[in-house]
Design a protein around this ligand. Structure first.
Ligand code: CDP
Ligand code: CDP
Length: 226
């Protein structure tokens, strides 16, 4: 049997990588894993247990529990989409023991993707995050790195947070995003970098349809017509 085709996507916060991943997954019949939700969930689980996400021991324990009992439905919890969850996700994500606890789970999803919502087998897997192209799936045949100007990303995220009922100032979102970018790129373990074989897409002045069309053309070239 041929190996499962894998599409790996990395990029900065609110760059549009999740939107692109979801669109490609729907078009191709691939299963999709937003790996950022795993780190967000670890942070939320620590906070809910009354712990401090900066406490490496507590974060590692939460990651190990998540790895053992992962329920993909639990990743739809609205609490993981708050600004606080995003901020603390990048704190727990800098702990090597947290990253290693979540590695096999992500690689397992890539190699044996679960069936789609309608029960049909997935034709492949798409994962997005910060270290998918470089560490989790370095051999993926298709890789994208998605980015946009930080002010544009902060505007997009601010709009989403307001839409979710979170009262937060634009300046705060921009500041949080700059801190998170620096932490994700500066950490020792699997920092975010652009894989040499990744196609870079800057979405600052690109609508979703243009991004999807550009990515789809590359996917078709590499994986063949589908
Ligand atoms: O949605 P957004 O782009 O804001 O972030 P996310 O993808 O939900 O990821 C939240 C945080 O988790 C990131 O800022 C990273 O610190 C961490 N993360 C990571 O370290 N590695 C990944 N593969 C995915 C996320
Ligand atoms: O997954 P990530 O955090 O990188 O971003 P996203 O959730 O895909 O996109 C963040 C927001 O930017 C969403 O509200 C998208 O609709 C919007 N977006 C956009 O305006 N233009 C794009 N080319 C891509 C996303």
């Amino acid at each position: 049997r041929a190996p499962t085709p894998i599409i790996a996507i990395d990029g900065t916060a609110a760059s549009g990588k999740g939107t692109l991943a979801r669109r490609l997954a729907d078009a191709l019949g691939f299963a999709y894993l937003d790996t950022g939700t795993l780190y967000r969930k670890v942070a939320v689980d620590v906070l809910r247990a009354g712990g401090d996400p900066a406490d490496a021991g507590a974060a590692i324990e939460a990651a190990q529990n998540l790895q053992k009992n992962l329920d993909l439905q639990s990743l739809k919890d609205p609490a993981i989409r708050t600004a606080e969850a995003g901020k603390y996700a990048s704190v727990v994500a800098a702990v090597p023991g947290v990253r290693s606890a979540l590695t096999d789970l992500q690689r397992g999803f890539a190699i044996h993707p679960p069936a789609l919502a309608d029960g049909t087998p997935a034709k492949g897997a798409i994962l997005d995050g910060r270290d998918i192209t470089t560490f989790i799936c370095p051999d993926a045949p298709v890789k994208f790195y998605v980015d946009a100007a930080v002010e544009t990303r902060a505007q997009r995220r601010h709009k989403e947070l307001l839409g979710n009922g979170e009262a937060i100032e634009f300046e705060q979102v921009l500041e949080d995003m700059k801190i998170r970018d620096a932490r994700d790129m500066g950490r020792k373990d699997a920092p975010m970098t652009i894989a040499p074989d990744a196609i870079v897409i800057d979405t600052t002045a690109m609508g979703v349809e243009a991004v999807v069309a550009l990515a789809m053309a590359h996917v078709r070239t590499v994986l063949g017509q589908k």
